[in-house]
Design a protein around this ligand. Structure first.
Ligand code: FES
Ligand code: FE
Length: 403
């Protein structure tokens, strides 16, 4: 403090924040950072993100085993949008906007169910076929005032890869998910036969944190040793970090690896199997590749799936507001696995449940820190956090901002 500095000067003279480069909010000469604080706080930006990112990309919706029979459906709610994911026929899966074409009633309120031959709106009983076409507008004859053919349920795009259902509300569909997945992931996935899996249990987590903090955390394993001691018993954290450094792509959907350590069997508290009924042909003697763990992710809106020889888990984050997100987790087992015989739900979810709680607690603390007026993003590690760089560049690209 020099002779003329007063205490009040100290209170009103903050350190100058690190200025962003004129080219991008991420690039700062020799290092890159995450986004400025207002990107995680501003509700106007959040609304624009829902339009430009979440409604444009492929969003993970669920798995074909959730709708085995024609007429089965489940609902995907995302922010103020709601989609009915339904099996219209043995070979056709649709995603309808959950909105009656007459005066806009939300058609389905239950989170899942089964349609008879018609989807009937309870307000004025307009009825639609399972394929979404308007079958009957009560007391208004087809062609009299309007043509039924013009008033079917509005559809979102659907892409099914290996039994996993992805939806996009974009005007023009992104490239199919299958076209974005590498050959190794396809081959590894085929080994576990995802079409012969079922959802054993689903759990919803909530977090007072911006969805991009969940994304950034999910695409680096820099934090794994310090935040996830239990997870690191069986996860090969350094091979996971190497994946993000070497094989990570800026695709909307991509395959990935989730390697377990050495000779361990699965990703679990002790590295042992969590389901006795192994996936795919592994239970019939097909050799299990060393450190086997395969999966996929979506970005920038983040979903992450990891599969081992006995079970798998998909975590799908969804945006609620600038400061709030949810994460829906599904655990998968072989379709013939019997609860209480082959697996115990509490035991099976333990490793990921602990890990998820650890991650979300960190993101809530991070949201609090980022909210502080003096926060400016610090340098990220090029070897440990390159996934953040790629994911946020993709985000900026979709937002139409320089990256
Ligand atoms: Fe659905 Fe009128 S709002 S029939
Ligand atoms: Fe984590």
């Amino acid at each position: 403090m020099n002779a003329t500095t007063t205490e009040s000067d100290l209170r009103v003279t903050p350190e100058a924040p690190v200025p962003p480069s004129p080219d991008s909010v991420l690039e700062h000469g020799r290092y890159f950072t995450s986004l400025p604080r207002e990107y995680y706080l501003d509700e106007e930006r959040f609304k624009s993100e829902v339009d430009r990112v979440w409604c444009e990309q492929w969003v993970y919706a669920g798995h074909v085993s959730q709708i085995p029979r024609p007429g089965d459906y489940f609902i995907l709610n995302m922010q103020d949008e709601s989609l009915i994911i339904t099996r219209s026929s043995a070979t056709e899966i649709n995603a309808f906007h959950n909105v009656c074409r007459h005066r806009g009633l939300r058609l389905c309120q239950e989170s899942k169910g089964h349609f008879g031959p018609r989807i009937v709106c309870p307000y004025h009983t307009w009825s639609y076929g399972r394929d979404g076409t308007l079958h009957k507008a009560t007391r208004m004859t087809d062609g009299e005032f309007f043509d039924y053919a013009d008033w079917g349920l509005a559809k979102a795009h659907v892409s099914v890869w290996q039994g996993f259902i992805f939806v996009s509300m974009a005007e023009k569909a992104p490239a199919p998910v299958s076209s974005m997945i590498d050959a190794k992931t396809n081959a590894d996935m085929e080994m576990i036969e995802p079409l012969r899996m079922k959802v054993a249990v689903e759990k919803i987590y909530e977090a007072d944190a911006n969805w991009k903090l969940l994304l950034e955390n999910g695409v680096e394993c820099y934090h794994c040793p310090s935040v996830h001691p239990e997870f690191c018993v069986s996860l090969d954290a350094s091979a996971m970090a190497d994946y993000y450094a070497e094989d990570y792509l800026p695709n909307l959907v991509q395959g990935l690896i989730i390697p377990v350590k050495g000779e361990l069997e699965s990703l679990s508290m002790d590295g042992r199997y969590l389901s006795k009924k192994l996936l795919g042909k592994f239970g019939e003697g097909t050799p299990i590749p060393y450190a086997f763990g395969t999966g996929f992710m979506t970005q920038p809106g983040y979903a992450w799936g990891g599969f081992h020889p006995d079970y798998g888990m998909v975590a799908s984050t969804l945006p609620v507001s600038a400061g709030r997100s949810i994460m829906i987790c599904q655990w998968f087992v072989h379709e013939d696995a019997v609860e209480g015989v082959d697996y115990d739900v509490e035991e099976m979810i333990k490793i990921w449940d602990i890990t998820n709680h650890q991650d979300l607690a960190i993101q809530e603390r991070q949201q609090l820190g980022v909210s502080g007026r003096r926060y400016v993003p610090g340098p990220n590690s090029p070897s440990q956090e390159p996934g953040i760089h790629s994911a946020l560049r993709k985000y900026l690209e979709m937002m139409g901002e320089p990256y």
